[in-house]
Structures are given as C-alpha cells and as structure tokens.
Design a protein around this ligand. Structure first.
Ligand code: 13P
Length: 261
C-alpha cells in the first residue's frame, strides 16, 4: 500500500431509517467510537431525528471521529410546514450531514427533483453537507434507462451545488433494486456507475468547483463490505439494515478497516 493510499480515509454512513431504540444509541456510539478514532474509517450515525440530541450527548462522552447526520431535512428554512424539521434545526442538534433525495423519500413520500434541490440549498445555508441519493429502479435498469435516470437526478440539482469552503457534496449511488433486498450491486457495476458520475460531473460548468465524494449504498453486508469499500472510486458506504445493531455494525466496520489497511 502506498503512503497516499494509507492517508485516504473513507466513510461509513449508518442510516438507521425508522429502526433502533433510544437506549441503544449510547451503546452504539461507545462500540463504534474507537473504530472511527483508530482506523482509516470515519463513521457517521444517522439516527431518527428525535434521537439526534441524545446522540450528540453520547458523542460528548466518547469523543472520536464519529459524526452525526440527518436522514432528512425540510425543503424550506422556516414557516408553516407542520411536522417538518429544518436543516438549521438539524445542524443545531449536532448534524454535520443530511441525506437528500433518498429513494424511500422519493417513492414513498412523493419527493420531487425540485424538492430535493431545495433541500440541498437549505443544507448549504445551514452548514450541512448534503448526501444526494440517486439510483434507478429494477425496471429502469432492465429497460436500459439507468444512465438517463441518473443524469436526470444529477441534472436536477446542478444549479444548486454551491458548497461553502470546507464543505463537499456527497453523492450516494443507491440502486433502488438493491435497497433492503439482500441483492447488492457488484463491485464492477458500482465502479462503472461511479466512473460515469465522476465524468458527468467533470463536464459541468465552472460554477461547480469541487468534485463530489462518491458513496455506494444498497444491501451492504459483511459478505460484500470489504470488496466495495476497497474500490478506488468509492469514498464510502451508506449502510441501512446492517448498521443498526452495534455489534454487527462494528464487525462490518472492522471488515472495512481491514480492507483499507
Ligand atoms: P440497506 O443497507 O438496508 O439495503 O439500505 C440501504 C439504504 O437505503 C441506505 O440509505
């Protein structure tokens, strides 16, 4: 391994979705913090919004390179939007990142490309790094639509990519057919799609200064985490179901750290 490669830390994002319990937050942080501190892996916990403050308290007890992220933010900064939580509120509660455009939000909650763009803008204003999720359905893949769909999802946010100094856009390739199905995309497919995203971005206009950091998500497990995190094109993994239990998530992180060492 070269010295350059040794310095390249990667990231594991733990998206708990609507899972877990408040009591397990501290155990999770206590178990995971040493792995984030000592290894070549940064770790970002994305708990249900109500537990963000509790997670922040946990981080104060176990300081490390572990950070917090929001699973969702409102598409508005403030106003009469009952039940919503703004990017600013998430930042105040301790979040550094926020998912925008997760396929579950798009498919189950009718989130449009326009809303995704607005959420991204709210993230920049609040000082959060947005993690834009894109991905095709199984039908779109079977009918040869993958590239068109991904370009549409990327194109929708192009005008809204304005990272302030020190912040980056993160893009997570999460094929819908792989989420929660046990059917992860293989390393060759992930490498090819991320290369496509990279070259698409490189061709954009000069107002978009920095290259995004690229993630893969969808049925990441102990069986595939090492081969996926080791890919040159991958800056990190976005893990759902396998991230909730602290012991199995720690095993997953150890497998990633071994693959990066
Ligand atoms: P799973 O890891 O449960 O497939 O979920 C992936 C995901 O949607 C992460 O955001």
């Amino acid at each position: 391994m070269t010295a350059d490669r040794a310095r390249r830390r990667k990231v594991m994002f733990a998206n708990w979705k609507l899972n877990g319990c408040a009591e397990s937050i501290e155990t999770w942080i206590k178990t995971m913090a040493p792995l984030a501190e000592e290894g070549v892996l940064d770790i970002v916990l994305m708990p249900p919004a109500l537990w963000m403050e509790r997670a922040r308290t946990g981080l104060e007890r176990y300081p490390s390179r572990l950070a917090l992220g929001a699973q969702n933010v409102a598409a508005w900064e403030q106003g009469a939007y009952t039940g919503e939580i703004s990017a600013r509120m998430m930042a105040d509660a301790g979040a550094c990142y926020a998912l925008v455009g997760h396929s579950e939000r798009r498919l189950l909650f009718g989130e449009t490309d326009e809303m995704v763009s607005r959420k991204m803008a709210c993230c920049w204003t609040a000082g959060l790094s947005p993690v834009l999720c894109i991905g095709e359905t199984g039908f779109e893949r079977e009918t040869g639509e993958t590239e068109r769909v991904l370009k549409r999802q990327l194109g929708a946010v192009e005008g809204w990519v304005r990272p302030p100094p020190g912040k980056a856009l993160w893009i997570a390739y999460e094929p819908v057919w792989s989420i929660g199905t046990g059917q992860a995309a293989g390393p060759d497919l992930v490498a090819a799609v991320l290369a496509g995203i990279h070259s698409h971005w490189a061709g954009l206009n000069a107002t978009i200064h920095s290259q995004p950091r690229l993630l893969y998500g969808g049925s990441v497990s102990l069986a595939n985490a090492a081969s996926l995190i080791a890919l040159e094109a991958v800056d990190g993994l976005l893990v759902g179901g396998a991230s909730v239990n602290p012991e199995s998530c720690a095993d997953l992180c150890r497998a990633m750290i071994r693959a990066l060492d």
